[in-house]
Write a protein that binds this ligand. Structure first.
Ligand code: 1GP
Length: 251
């Protein structure tokens, strides 16, 4: 298996805080998704993530193939609970939902994916995925039958992140859930980022440049935004958020 994209992400982390823009293929048709990917790239996105909690769109592979062909930045699959592997992407975040106690998201889905990962040779980036309570029931919480970690329990989030690191995960993702009312608290990001050595992704409910900047200042290496882009008719916001994230100096 190749290791190019993970190395690229590590280089990115050294240089600056980065912005990942999430496209849910179910929300638009293939042409519209391609247009979005191009707009995000032109406005400063560093990575395109593709995925969602459920997948109804039958042209998922086609969406990834066309986006990949037309943009330069990495295209990474951010899988939901079902089969999302396709060799057209650059890599997949192979999520292990560390905060869950449901075997389906701890091992069953990964086993289901393994043959296709083998057959496609797609680069897989093992990612410790930690769900944080966010003030509303998120799709990922509902679909995964998993309790999130309470909003203020920084120490619980930290020990899950450390467990992921010790088990060999290459990144940790603190997830408040798509469309979260409250994003992952800055104090929790500080607590986790100060103690782990692997890259930290933070997403869910980030809607403004100020909030994205605070997450980066608190130690998030990669900031994910999705929902706010779906509601967007002014793409300047992508630019403003990417500039805010990139403006934060590396510590
Ligand atoms: C969801 O973290 C991502 O998995 C992005 O969340 O859609 O709330 O930006 P939003």
């Amino acid at each position: 298996m190749k290791n190019n994209i993970y190395s690229k992400l590590l280089d990115m982390k050294e240089k600056q805080h980065s912005l990942f823009c999430l496209i849910d293929p179910d929300k638009n048709n293939v042409t519209e998704n391609l247009e979005l990917a191009k707009i995000y790239e032109q406005n400063g996105a560093d990575v395109i993530l593709i995925g969602g909690s459920i997948m109804v769109e039958s042209r998922y592979e086609e969406t990834i193939r066309i986006i990949k062909k037309n943009i330069e930045i990495p295209v990474i699959i951010f899988p939901g609970l079902f089969n999302f592997v396709t060799g057209y992407a650059d890599a997949i975040l192979l999520l292990n939902m560390l905060s869950s106690r449901n075997p389906q998201v701890l091992i069953e889905e990964q086993v289901r994916c393994a043959p296709q990962l083998y057959n496609t040779g797609l680069e897989s980036i093992p990612t410790g995925y930690i769900l944080i309570e966010s003030g509303n029931l998120s799709s990922v919480q509902y679909m995964s039958h998993s309790l999130p970690i309470p909003h203020k329990k920084n120490d619980i989030a930290l020990i899950h992140a450390l467990a992921g690191q010790y088990m060999g995960m290459k990144m940790i993702y603190l997830e408040a859930g798509s469309g979260a009312k409250h994003s992952v608290p800055n104090e929790m990001i500080k607590c986790v980022s100060s103690k782990i050595d692997i890259p930290l992704i933070v997403g869910g409910g980030i809607r403004t440049p100020e909030s994205a900047k605070e997450k980066a200042e608190s130690g998030a290496d990669f900031i994910v935004i999705g929902t706010v882009l779906e509601e967007l008719d002014n793409y300047n916001l992508v630019k403003e958020i990417s500039e805010a994230v990139h403006s934060v100096k590396r510590k």
